[in-house]
Design a protein around this ligand. Sequence first.
Ligand code: NAD
Ligand code: TYD
Length: 342
Amino acid sequence: MSKKNIIVTGGAGFIGGNFVHYMLEKYADYRIVCVDALTYAGNLDTLSSVMNNPNFRFVKMDITDRDSIFKLFQEEHPDIVVNFAAESHVDRSIKDPGVFLRTNIIGTQVLMDACREFGIERYHQVSTDEVYGDLPLDRPDLFFTESTPIHTSSPYSASKASADLLVLAYHRTFKLPITISRCSNNYGPYHFPEKLIPLMIANALADKPLPVYGDGLNVRDWLYVKDHCLAIDLIIHQGRVGEVYNVGGHNEMTNIDIVKLILKALDKPESLITYVKDRAGHDRRYAIDPAKIHKELGFLPTTRFADGIKMTIQWYLENKGWWEKILSGEYQNYYEKMYGDL
Ligand code: NAD
Ligand code: TYD
């Protein structure tokens, strides 16, 4: 494999951070340039073990800052750009949609304009299965395929879908060599503790109530984060230009089952479960049909949920410093606004 220079945006976040580690471990001669604005969700501690790696460069930069992004492309001339940078939390998008539109849509445009200006082998957009909206609980035979119509529910998913349409338009109109992946819910190390699994682990460990939205029967299709990294690795090297690939592993679970499983693993009582007001517009079920990426690129998840959730819980137990620092900071204000006196 020839040497590549890859710009990874959002690499101080959950999936981008895992991807940086994955790529540096797997490709000893690749250079990884991480661009991250270090919003509330970005955390340099996630990258501390690679900061001195000669194949790694960290640049604090906002992807909507056109002049700085163009300067960086002029300096780095990347072969590949993988865009993880985004506002990613549905609940925050309900409270304040503006920044979602700015980062998720305009940021994508700026990156693709820089790719057009300086030339690129591949621009990869990390998207989400949430662009397809949701599926009913009483139709377990239905799954999202790449041709399922876009039908978004939240400002978050609408902003991601808008970006996807723009990426496809840049391919058709400007022949930009793009690919898009739409993955199901990820879990694993470095997951910000505002999201379901790490929030429930942190609250259970602190003997705090576990806030379950609505009836707790909403279904998500969970994939271990390393398997998402593997899928993107396959797509950027072997995926067909212009294509969308769904990524998932047929692992559907209700929220309440996940919460109970976490409580059991930590030996905490189910009395900590507290049903709270449902999320506005709450999607009922996500379920990916991963047949295309399996058939074309041979992708299959390597980590079963039973193992992945154990590894994840263990990681949160062994890395309390990483998440306790987050819980004591600005995030605390958000938690109080979101969950009140709970
Ligand atoms: P995250 O919120 O943990 O991380 C996002 C990162 O982007 C942070 O480091 C943040 O500082 C950075 N960022 C935000 N705005 C920026 C800007 N304007 N300029 C530069 N950097 C900026 O998110 P995540 O869960 O790692 O998700 C990464 C990507 O994967 C997103 O595009 C998301 O839509 C997609 N995705 C996530 C999941 C999931 O389950 N978490 C599933 C499918 C797809
Ligand atoms: P989340 O991790 O926010 O991911 P997404 O909404 O992008 O799928 O939420 C996963 C599921 O868990 C979703 O159905 C909402 C639910 N949820 C709760 O019940 N309580 C919570 O405190 C949070 C954050 C999520």
